[in-house]
Design a binder for this molecule. Structure first.
Ligand code: ADA
Length: 562
């Protein structure tokens, strides 16, 4: 689901709704015959099967089923926005393939046989390092399972447009590079090709269509168009047509760069005032309905936030559409959390590369995304780490060299990979895991000196996580740890230090926007089975720190609380 129509000519059907459902539990998908499953239940799509009372806390195999009405012999494309976190897909019992890794968009093409075909999807939320190398039980967020975001069925014509990649190549002018991957499903040799920008036809020509897969590239001069920025988030409509197919996107013209210690947007220095955001809710798991996505955005705006780190996986397209519209800058991160020895496993680096590719290919047109990120808090200090990190960074840059690449380390002293990144980002918890909040200014100064002494004085530096638990409703006059009171005091000091005039830091992302359910392995260290460092609780009820942050983020006014 998007904020605009992505195809006007192509026939697209949303498959969202209620599907047939069957819980297969401990079954091994290799032994399941999709034709023999008994479907006696139902489940919402999008939805997480374990975000309801019946399946809460369960890890296992589930089956979803839906009848599709097709035109025999036509080619179709199934588009899944997020399958959590492993899936296998069948049409009339025939496997179309498997997919590992949640939170990214992928598609499967097939030729229709009969008119009423049955689509069966096996979905597994168990941890299995071989089958699904990205997801691990130690992560500090709950691994909900299911068809977590939307599903669509596209009817393809003789030639299909498989994607659209846009990049601002110049802001004076301005100029936009457009790359269009296409597939020839027939023997067609040439076709009519158009590019329409804000309703104006910029290209109208005949193109040769090679057999199988190819790419069309054009540079568009779009003089007179307005640039995109947080203050003026101007968006333009881009429509690409090839024969009977089309692809529509909203684009923003803007340029992001790192110069010395500064991050520049359209040549102007920016300071990021942000939060980390997980997609999580007690009633919906990771499958946030539009109502929650929209209300999250309203609260983010109310807080005065201009930057969101999508921790620790790519966020929903719809949320990113709202970031584009509201001028919120985004750090878009591949799935990961504190990998150590896992990085040495066969297939790990390949799985990361594939996941990063899916992320970039589908989300690259969001002007709000200024950073690509990866491997949150992994063990960059191990001798085997640089090789894996290098592969991931290389992959990102090969797909998109127009954004900055960063990674949140929690090992600033000896991380061996920091030189690979455009922006240095450190997750640090002074006053929470370490010392008291009175020590925050001194500790952050020490951290900044350390980064500079390690040879990174010529790079922007942001604090990508800082915060404290604050259990909703728990306030006391001692301001003891885990109270809303302590959390508010800590964040007050952290924000004032990081955002003070002439600070070494180019920004902050508070940990975190809302409380989230954690994984079973973290239940003891995290009260209530939740990570309680949200500015709002899991139902989005504001804590004391909400007003503190709002006061400091909205124009540096005195916060209401202190
Ligand atoms: C880390 C991690 C977060 C969260 C946080 C915490 O820095 O990146 O996902 O777990 O710590 O609350 O401890």
């Amino acid at each position: 689901m998007r904020r605009f129509t992505t195809h006007h000519k192509r026939k697209v059907r949303s498959l969202d709704g209620i599907w047939d459902f069957s819980w297969l539990g401990v079954a091994d998908p290799a032994n399941v015959d999709p034709g023999k499953i008994t479907f006696g239940e139902h489940m919402a799509v999008p939805g997480c099967f374990d975000a309801n009372a019946l399946y809460g806390g369960k890890h296992g195999l589930a089956a979803y089923q839906k009848t599709l009405h097709l035109v025999p012999n036509k080619t179709y494309r199934l588009v899944f926005d997020s399958v959590l976190h492993w899936g296998q897909f069948f049409i009339d019992g025939k496997s179309l393939g498997e997919h590992a890794g949640g939170y990214t968009i992928f598609s499967l093409d097939f030729k229709a046989g009969r008119a009423n075909a049955v689509l069966t999807v096996l979905v597994d939320n168990r941890f299995d390092a071989k089958r699904s190398p990205l997801h691990r039980p130690h992560f500090d967020w709950y691994h909900f399972g299911g068809l977590g975001r939307g599903v669509e069925l596209h009817e393809l014509s003789d030639v299909s447009i498989d994607g659209l990649f846009t990049k601002t190549t110049s802001i004076s002018g301005p100029e936009l590079e457009v790359r269009i991957p296409i597939t020839n499903h027939s023997g067609k040799k040439e076709g009519n090709f158009k590019i329409i920008f804000d309703g104006k036809e910029l290209v109208n020509e005949k193109v040769t269509i090679p057999a199988s897969k190819s790419e069309i590239i054009r540079i568009l001069k779009v003089s007179g168009s307005s640039l995109w920025s947080p203050e003026k988030p101007n968006l333009h409509e881009l429509v690409v047509e090839l024969e009977e197919d089309d692809f529509c996107e909203r684009v923003g013209l803007r340029q992001v760069e790192a110069r010395g210690q500064d991050i520049l947007l359209n040549g102007e220095k920016i300071i990021l005032r942000g939060v980390n955001r997980h997609e999580s809710h007690p009633q919906f798991g990771a499958a946030l309905p539009p109502a929650i996505i929209a209300s999250d955005m309203l609260q983010l705006r109310d807080l005065g936030v201009d930057f969101v780190r999508g921790s620790h996986y790519p966020q929903d397209h719809l949320f990113l559409d709202l970031c584009d519209e509201n001028g919120i800058l985004v750090w878009c991160e591949g799935t990961g959390w504190q990998y150590d020895e896992e990085m040495r496993e066969t297939g790990f680096a390949e799985a990361q590369e594939k996941h990063l590719e899916e992320m970039i290919v589908s989300l690259c047109n969001h002007p709000s995304i200024i950073f690509w990120g990866m491997l949150n808090e992994s063990f960059g200090n191990r001798d085997f780490a640089p090789a894996v990190y290098e592969r991931c960074v290389k992959k990102i840059r090969s797909l998109d060299d127009s954004r900055l690449v960063t990674y949140a380390t929690c090992k600033p002293k000896d991380d061996l990979t920091l030189h690979l990144f455009d922006v240095i980002s450190v997750n640090t918890y002074p006053g929470w895991y370490d010392g008291t909040f009175e020590e925050i200014p001194a500790k952050l100064k020490k951290l900044a000196d350390l980064i500079d002494q390690r040879g990174f004085a010529d790079k922007p530096f942001i604090i990508s996580e800082i915060g404290a638990d604050g259990i909703y409703g728990w306030r006391d006059w001692n301001a003891s740890r885990t109270t809303e009171t302590y959390q508010a005091k800590l964040l007050d000091s952290a924000i004032r230090t990081i955002l003070k005039k002439d600070s070494r830091f180019a920004g902050i992302a508070i940990w975190q926007f809302c409380d989230i359910r954690t994984s079973e392995m973290n239940e003891i260290s995290k009260g209530r089975g939740y990570n309680n460092k949200g500015l709002v609780d899991e139902y989005r009820r504001p804590k004391l720190a909400y007003e503190t942050v709002k006061g400091l983020f909205t124009g540096g006014k005195e916060s209401k609380t202190f």
